[in-house]
Ligand binder design. Structure first.
Ligand code: PLP
Length: 395
């Protein structure tokens, strides 16, 4: 199989049946029936058929799915409207009433809501455990456990889950394993290498990479992806033709962007770690990360995501300093989301403060002085200078 950089540019080229070098946008909801009615009946009944009706499939989405399946080393993939559409349909294709899921304490906030507030209403039980403790996964398993759901590195603390351990545990007990690989991107981590069954992405982030679309991807075996497709067909979460096309375009530079982002983020993390106003830096690329040995085993690069904890004489001062720093920054923009070419920053305690309970905040490690940075591809000297001037103004 072609190397990753070539996969990004050329895999799935056969979906472009025109002479245009760049795949066209198939901006249509429906497709002409063939004169031969039996082939039209076949189109209607075939999973993911790219030219029947948009909710069934679209040539660009098929092309994108083939590229991402190549990156994630799975048989097949399905592209959907958002990361949450990918997560919810992927889980609904596995569990039913009476089943049990083992999940982490800290997940993307939408995932936590889906597990805790949605699935629990439909008779699915969830046990949330500390992802850094392998024995907690073993202890949480019940006779009706159907799925182990992990996210690594996780949002926002950048804690890491031992993918090889979880995958082996799942295989031994006949339990599905699923990993949200959004933060790492396939450039830095390939969960299938360790035996994880299903890989999820919010393609809104690194895969799209330009903060101009929302999309999600589910990767797995052909048989499983067909099950996910059947769910997506009735839940109606297909990705629009234009957003598919933007995603295809964004993917071409994924390797270049992520490598530059890795380099920038490491330099910034190292600089921040030695700053007197910074209490702590959580970054997968720093040997001070408590799980550094595991990280070196399962990640090839360390992403653009880092968390800093601002010093303060108490929680209140740290909270206000974090907000002040946010306002002082000129290049880092205060906006939700991550993984784009531009550097973004958020203050999780104020952003999620209202819809997380105190207990939830404690469990996911949210503290008042914490800021989450998504490092982009601007020049690293400018990024460091921006943070330096913002820190210098703190009172
Ligand atoms: C953003 C994000 C999601 C949700 O993706 P959407 O595209 O916003 O629906 C899921 N998981 C992680 C880790 C994310 O960062």
């Amino acid at each position: 199989m072609a190397k990753l950089e070539t996969t990004l540019i050329h895999r799935g080229d056969h979906f472009n049946t025109t002479n245009a070098v760049v795949s066209p946008i198939y901006q249509t909801s429906t497709y002409l029936a063939d004169a031969d009615l039996s082939s039209y009946i076949h189109a209607a009944a075939s999973p993911k058929y790219p030219e029947f009706y948009h909710r069934h499939g679209n040539p660009t989405s098929s092309q994108v799915a083939e590229i991402i399946a190549g990156l994630e080393k799975t048989e097949d993939a399905l592209v959907l409207a958002t990361g949450m559409a990918a997560i919810s349909t992927a889980i609904l294709a596995i569990v039913q009433q009476g089943d049990h899921i083992v999940a982490q304490q800290a997940h993307y906030s939408g995932t936590t809501l889906f597990l805790k507030e949605f699935l629990s209403q439909y008779g699915v039980q969830i046990t949330h455990i500390d992802q850094t403790d392998n024995s907690a996964f073993v202890d949480a398993i019940q006779p009706n456990t159907k799925l182990i759901y992990v996210e690594t590195p996780s949002n926002p603390n950048l804690d890491v889950t031992d993918l090889a351990f979880v995958a082996t545990l799942g295989r031994e007990r006949g339990i599905w394993t699923m990993a949200d690989n959004t933060f790492a991107s396939p450039i830095n981590q390939t969960p299938a290498d360790f035996g994880i069954d299903v890989i999820i992405h919010s393609a809104t982030k690194y895969l799209g990479g330009h903060s101009d679309l929302t999309a999600g991807v589910v990767c797995g075996t052909k048989e499983y992806i067909e099950r996910v497709w059947r769910r997506s067909l009735v839940l109606g979460c297909s990705l629009s033709p234009f957003d598919s096309w933007l995603l295809l375009r964004g993917l071409k530079t994924l390797a270049l962007r992520v490598r530059q982002i890795n380099t920038n983020a490491l330099a910034l993390a190292q600089w921040l770690e030695s700053h007197p106003l910074i209490e702590k830096v959580a970054y997968a690329g720093l040997p001070s990360h408590p799980q550094w040995t595991l990280i070196q085993k399962q990640m090839r690069g360390f992403t653009g995501m880092l968390c800093v904890e601002i010093k303060g004489k108490d929680g209140n001062e740290a909270y206000h300093r974090a907000q002040q720093l946010l306002n002082n920054l000129k290049i880092f923009t205060n906006a939700a989301s991550l993984g784009g070419v531009e550097s973004l920053i958020v203050h999780p305690a104020s952003m999620w403060g209202s819809h997380h309970t105190e207990e939830q905040k404690k469990l996911s490690g949210l503290s008042g002085g914490m800021l989450r940075l998504s490092v982009g591809i601007e020049h690293v000297d400018d990024l460091i200078a921006d943070v330096e001037q913002a820190l210098a103004q703190l009172t």
